[in-house]
Design a protein around this ligand. Sequence first.
Ligand SMILES: Nc1ncnc2c1ncn2[C@@H]1O[C@H](COP(=O)(O)OP(=O)(O)O)[C@@H](O)[C@H]1O
Ligand SMILES: [Mg+2]
Length: 379
Amino acid sequence: MESPRTPFPTTGYFGPEYFCDREAELDQMIRNVKGGNSTTLIALRRLGKTALIKHLFHHLRSNHLTIYLDILATESINELLNQFSAAILSQLSEQSTPGKKAWTFIRSLRPVISYDGLQGIPVVTVRSSPEESRKSIHELFSILESHSRPVVIAIDEFQQILEYPEGQTDAWLRSVVQDLKNVCFIFSGSQQHLMNELFMNPSRPFFRSTQFIKIGKIPSSPYNEFIESKFREKSRSIAPGTVQEMLDWADHYTYYVQLLCNRTFISSGKRIDPDHWKLEASRILKEQEFVFFGYRDMLTKPQWNLLKAVARDGVVKQPTSADFISRHRLGNPATVLRSLKSLQKMELIYRESDEAGIPFYGIYDVLFRRWMDRTQGAG
Ligand SMILES: Nc1ncnc2c1ncn2[C@@H]1O[C@H](COP(=O)(O)OP(=O)(O)O)[C@@H](O)[C@H]1O
Ligand SMILES: [Mg+2]
């Protein structure tokens, strides 16, 4: 595995050395796989689902065949077939016996195969009707079912199947996968309400057919230790308490923590003082400003005002309360509700529940929140 340019990569997976914690979740997922059970993995985006799947696969690699596909870009069952075929071609060598079967079958579909020059991965295009696509996916599952090693297929951004025009893809998929003994699945997704709909609604085919794992933020103490040790390994000394300040600024949100550490690592010398990360944090916000003004241009005035209000409060339990509305001058509850819905749809605001099960609203973009902290007015 190649090394990342800093000990704090902001994309991709570079092995356990650069991966912090998630030990309980990893254990649970390994146990699920060993028991032949499928897993549903949910978390807000950028908390670390994809990285955790890659981490799991790293641990399974010697005894299992692992196949990863991200279906966010797919818009039909035909495109799912294409993505799945590409994942198989990139994972299974044509020389191996099961690989040969899979390759021969995919070739028989007369695909156009090209290579994504940037990532070196195959892009497969088969044009077939929904019915034929389903049959082909089924056939590929059957080929994997007879593989000598157990097979784990991760379908990332799984909620996307709800968008397919054919409809009821989950019903079809459930009926096919429930007969597989040698293949188990990881269904991963960010949009919690859609994932809940798929797996927790009694009238849906996947209802309680999988083990649920929900990941949150990495706890402070292991993340602190991890970051300090990574700086130390590269002979950087860091003033006491500084890592905690950085974690707090990034709201312990994995992607933003990685970003801040990455940038601070690059721009500082042997010794890292609080001034260093603060300077880097300002730079990041400055660079992102055009994104924030982009939000403003894209949103209606009430949506923009609500976004700012949620950013300022951080956690909002009662968005339609008189207090919240009057403090932020948001008009009336109906307007707030309408804007809230739109902002959730645009994935700018999320809805979560706290430990007591009480729902609250928050904003994904930690940088936007930090930017709001310093620009009180901002139109
Ligand atoms: N446990 C971890 N330790 C270190 N970095 C992580 C960890 N989990 C995720 N990351 C990093 O955080 C970023 C976001 O993670 P990602 O897996 O892409 O999130 P998601 O799939 O939930 O949107 C990536 O850059 C990834 O490398
Ligand atoms: Mg992901």
